[in-house]
Ligand binder design. Structure first.
Ligand code: GDP
Ligand code: MG
Length: 172
């Protein structure tokens, strides 16, 4: 069994805790305490390899704080989370992406997936698919559109991340 830790990063209120809770326990939590930062664990089988994932649901307010820097140093894979209903949260992802490459020494091989949340809130959507396609191509990163509430596409980004980590960190 392979053991990986992944860090969930993104602006406040985008749905990091809801996404994590749906993935870990298959529940939807409406009002998760925004200040709670917690580590969870579950197993996930990807392409025949059983992995144990430690998922850190962060609650940092400032993307340039020293705590984030420490998480990035220690993290092997990253879920960069924004809300499809909040264009500004995508800029936070852009800053986090740059911070990760800076901390990791500019390697383009850092396992990262970008997750857009709240896909169910169709009428509040602010980030069009064309923007996502353009950024995915420019950054060379996979994007996923999800809903923790409706349980849409929750495991897929984690599976993608595991594939990237298995390839980036072959058997120790
Ligand atoms: P965090 O600060 O990034 O951890 O965000 P939370 O997980 O606490 O979610 C912030 C708010 O968005 C809460 O009111 C959630 O109920 C709501 N939310 C999170 N994910 C979804 C989703 O997929 N659909 C909808 N409709 N609301 C969501
Ligand atoms: Mg939270």
């Amino acid at each position: 069994m392979r053991d990986f830790n992944v860090v969930v990063l993104g602006a406040g209120g985008v749905g990091k805790s809801a996404l994590t809770a749906r993935f870990i326990r298959d529940v939807f939590i409406e009002n998760y305490d925004p200040t709670i930062e917690e580590e969870y664990r579950r197993t996930l089988q990807v392409d025949g390899t059983l992995t144990s994932l430690e998922v850190l649901d962060t609650a940092g307010a400032d993307q340039f704080n020293a705590i984030n820097e420490m998480y990035i140093k220690n993290g092997r894979g990253f879920l960069l989370v924004f809300s499809l209903t909040q264009e500004a949260s995508l800029r936070e992802v852009e800053m986090l992406r740059q911070q990760i490459y800076r901390v990791k020494g500019g390697s383009a091989k850092v396992p990262i997936v970008v997750v857009g949340t709240k896909l169910d809130l169709v009428n509040e959507r602010e980030v069009p698919r064309s923007t996502i396609q353009e950024l995915a191509a420019r950054w060379g990163l996979p994007f996923y559109e999800t809903s923790a509430k409706r349980n849409w596409q929750i495991s897929t980004p984690f599976e993608d991340l595991v594939r990237q980590m298995l390839s980036r960190y072959p058997v120790e």
